[in-house]
Design a protein around this ligand. Structure first.
Ligand code: ADP
Ligand code: MG
Length: 256
């Protein structure tokens, strides 16, 4: 029997590419992540939201070991994240990350920002790295700025370069940590449009964002975190129209 469209969207086929089980993390005495269980399937698009300080950044930073967890397990594409440096390197090859503040190298051109890791980490020949970089710069509609420095670009343009730079490493998963929250309002759309394009191409995406229009149109699942816990997760439809917990309702009333 055919599945209703919403159900097919919320549970795409395929194996979980990310699986966190019983994940706990502390900063000193402070219990920042509490018993997080999270499975992400290949091609799934997830929006992670919640009040400031709820642990969203910490959670996604654990997924590529920018932060260490103390309890539970994180497995990304079959690789368990432990202290094993080889595994950390393997996982980082598969996971791209885009930050709120772009984090481009200011002394390198746009093109050099995009070719640095492919040339030095992947040992891609320079000409090939440049060809790949230009392809992704075109895709984020910024190829004509390839020889400028980040400081000569607007915030929205810099963030699009940051996305292109991640894509140059051919990641299987993209993590976004509030990619539009440092941008002037008129630049938010150009970055969201790039993210929507990625989603349409089937990229597995985990996005921390409060852009609820994006969540509604793109996400397969919205996850709401508060005080280090996953409080609620559902399809955007159910999440926005019929939130189950009081904490979610309060949060939505503050941002919508
Ligand atoms: P969010 O991204 O949801 O705003 P974060 O993951 O950044 O939340 O932070 C969760 C909590 O952990 C906050 O209370 C924050 O102050 C604290 N925190 C974040 N990073 C550190 C750190 N490096 N050391 C100590 N506490 C931290
Ligand atoms: Mg954060």
């Amino acid at each position: 029997m055919a599945q209703p469209a919403t159900s097919a969207r919320s549970f795409p086929d395929g194996e979980p590419i990310i699986r966190c089980s019983g994940l706990n993390k502390w900063y000193g005495e402070f219990h920042v992540l509490k018993n997080i269980d999270l499975s992400v399937r290949k091609g799934e698009r997830i929006v992670l939201c919640g009040p400031s300080g709820s642990g969203k950044s910490t959670l996604i930073r654990c997924l590529n070991r920018l932060e260490e967890h103390q309890q539970g397990s994180i497995v990304v594409d079959g690789i368990e994240l432990t202290g094993n440096l080889k595994n950390i390197e393997l996982v980082r090859r598969e996971v791209g990350m885009v930050f709120q503040h772009f984090n481009l190298f200011p002394h390198l051109t746009v093109l050099e920002n995009c070719t640095l890791a492919p040339i030095w980490v992947r040992k891609t020949p320079k000409a090939e790295a440049e060809e790949i970089a230009m392809r992704y710069l075109k895709r984020v509609r910024i190829a004509e700025q390839a020889h400028k420095f980040p400081g000569q670009l607007s915030g929205g343009q810099q963030q699009r370069v940051a996305i292109a730079r991640s894509l140059c490493m051919n990641p299987k998963i993209m993590l976004f940590d509030e990619p539009t929250s440092a941008l002037d309002p008129e630049m938010v759309k150009e970055v969201l449009d790039v993210m929507i394009g990625l989603a349409e191409d089937g990229m597995t995406m985990l996005c921390v964002t409060h852009e609820m229009g994006f969540a509604k149109s793109v996400a397969d699942r919205v996850i709401f975190m508060d005080r280090g816990e996953i409080v609620e997760q559902d399809t955007p439809d159910a999440f926005f129209t019929n939130p189950k917990s009081e904490r979610t309702r309060l949060f939505l009333s503050q941002i919508l």
